[in-house]
Ligand binder design. Structure first.
Ligand code: ZN
Length: 195
């Protein structure tokens, strides 16, 4: 991928940074264009560092061992929630083992599709949720995790791919509200698939 970085470096301006793209003009972008600058490009990592880290420091493994954070336990997969969030609710569809998506077999893929859709529906059905966004970035420790993130209803500025950036700046949602929503999601997932 050296040619990818060569092409990127050719687009760098006199200040050593890529010019800003179109996103700062989006009305959902969290930052104003004035004063905003891209970080300088970094060196190519070849080979890349191993994405798999020890389970000892893995927050997903810790969540799976913490009953209030577990929303559903399936065959190969489970649904957990983080200890805190600034959004109305966040759930994570994760592997029960400390593995990557690369390690799931076909039956795991089938379970994943169903569980993502059911978790989406359960979170979307919560009071005060405008839309639900789903992403996969992993958790930084080599444990497969998909994020199912609820946007507060009517807060259109948070919609789309910048939702986690806004979430990083917003204050935490009260724990008792998150606990009540967790109960509702747990109950919806326990009811099984929609007929
Ligand atoms: Zn883990």
């Amino acid at each position: 991928m050296g040619d990818f970085l060569d092409r990127a470096e050719a687009a760098v301006g006199d200040d050593g940074r890529l010019p800003l793209g179109a996103m700062p003009d989006w009305d959902v972008f969290p930052f104003e264009r004035d004063g905003l600058q891209a970080r300088p490009l970094t060196e190519l990592a070849d080979p890349e560092p191993d994405r798999r880290k020890a389970p000892a420091d893995c927050r997903t493994c810790q969540a799976l061992d913490t009953a209030p954070q577990v929303l559903h336990t399936g065959g190969r997969l489970a649904v957990v929630r983080p200890g805190a969030t600034s959004l109305p609710f966040v759930a994570n569809v994760v592997t029960r083992e400390h593995v990557l998506l690369d390690d799931l077999d076909d039956a795991g893929h089938v379970e994943l599709g169903r569980l993502v859709a059911r978790t989406y529906a359960a979170v979307q059905a919560l009071d005060g949720v405008g839309n639900v966004h789903i992403t996969k970035w992993e958790n930084g420790a080599g444990h497969f995790s998909m994020n199912v993130m609820a946007r507060p209803r009517g807060v259109l500025q948070l919609r789309g791919s910048n939702l986690p950036v806004w979430a990083d700046m917003l204050p935490d949602t009260p724990q008792d509200e998150l606990d009540a929503r967790a109960e509702a999601v747990r109950a919806a997932l326990a009811r099984g698939p929609r007929r």
